[in-house]
Design a binder for this molecule. Sequence first.
Ligand code: ADP
Length: 608
Amino acid sequence: MTLLPSPPETEIKPAVGNPQNREVLALEARSRAWGDVAALSPEAIRAVLHNLEVHQIQLEAQNEELRRTQTQLAAAQERYFDLYDLAPVGYITLSEAGLILDANLAAAALLGMHRDDMIRQPLTRHISSEHRPLFSLYHSRLFASGSPVVSELRMVDKDESPCWILLTETLRHDGAGVPLCSAVLTDISELKQSQAELLASNRQLKEATQLATQFSAEAESCNAAKSEFLAKMSHEIRTPMSGVIGMITLLLDTELSPEQREYAEAVRSSGSAMLGLINNILDLSRIEANKLELESLDFALSTLLEDITSILAKHAHDKGLDLRCTTDLDVPALLRGDAGRLRQILTNLGGNAIKFTSAGEVRISVSLVAMSEQDVLLRFTVRDTGPGIPATQLGLLFDMFTQSDASVCRRFGGSGLGLAISKQLAELMGGQIGVSSAEGKGAEFWFTASLGKTCSGPLPPVVDSCAMAREALKLPSGRDLRILVAEDDATSRKVALGLLRKLGLLADAVGNGAEVLTATAAVAYDLVLMDVEMPVMDGLETTRRIRSPESVAAYRDVPIVAMTAHAMSDDRDRCMAAGMNDFITKPVSPEALAATVSKWLLSGVPAN
Ligand code: ADP
């Protein structure tokens, strides 16, 4: 075969697009058609052959490219099927009628089927009967609207064990334009399980909350019942205690042999201790019921501290203890607050210090913590050289009924209520309470209290109430002052009459409200001391009748002072609401009786 020389300069370009080649190709075609190859010039034939060669090279290259693409396509398809099968979520293709056209392995596993067994089966076969209508609805909506639909379905696998799937359906078309549904199946059984558990615990929580509300309502009513019980008990105990303490007070004012005096003093001291306990319990129930109100009155701190030291001095002296009280110079002398409650905390802390210390000293000190224009925060400290308190007990001391050692109760008595009440009182005064102590090293109790500063003039001198009451009798009123005591309890009546007579006052007694009405109509009394609970007619009703516009004008305004063993603030309010003027609690101390009686006698007597 003769090789045709290639055309010298002509650059042979690919046939397509090159005008010269196009011409050659046309010529070729023409030559083939006509079979007139011989008519071609040798140059044209060379060009034709060259073109054919180039064309072949190009075809081979294209073939190679095609093969590569096919291999890549096959690899991609394989990868796609791998992904399709190995995907952790299930994929299925559904026909419009809901038949499964293909499924990946995850979908088959999800429905507990072999993949081949699923093909051309309706999906509804795997959906629990109650959810089939839901699937049909969503599936037809997909084909109607073309928008994806999502549904949560309960499925039943081959073993009839239920599971939950999230079915996300989207519309696509196959090569022939037939609409199909591509669906993703996500196993949400665990999610559903957690949801169910959450719902169950929510339900339980709701039930528990209802129970708690019920318990708290019950607790509240128990608390109310407790407060009522305490008030009742306090009344019941106060009435005989009133008799005991009152009669002993009168007895101690009579001629007694030293032995008799000693016994009588012992009775009075035990009575006072019992009264202290009743007062503590009452205080606690008042605090718990949010009924403890603090007074806000001017007082001189030095007077209060002198008062407290004089109460404690005797016990300290009896035990040979050195009792000292110091106040820093920057502490204001005049304050505004509840001096009675301050005294209560300090006598409790001081009393404990003396009770538990057998040798050494007890120091009470007052220092300034902070001062504003209107208020001061003071720190009161009571330090002793007693046995101290074990570290394990320190945190419990301010709890109710806590004593650092059970033997303490036997050795020293006490109820373990004092510190709990002191804590509540300190907090009510905007302060805190605390203790630092170590066994064998004494104890230091402290509390802070926020008090008002006052720059009022000199405080009224401390008056002797009994003397003041006696003064009232000496007023040139031109007649004797007369008091009516209304009291059904014979002993309490005797005590009241005895105390009033000691004050130099004339006093009569009646046993119930009806008798009060008769007595006041007959005699112009200057004051009525009225028990609240009495048979026939109680003190409240009697007072209302006296104060009513229909009653006799002459005695309608007579001062009425409640004298009752009911010591809660509610009781005072009830008395005041009924029309009484004042309120003293049993057991009535001579000082309290004198102060109250003289207040009303002095204000009520015409100064002629
Ligand atoms: P009470 O003294 O009536 O038992 P408190 O509440 O006042 O009740 O005191 C509780 C307990 O704290 C006491 O029983 C005692 O164990 C302990 N305590 C209080 N003050 C002191 C103190 N100064 N030294 C040692 N122990 C104390």
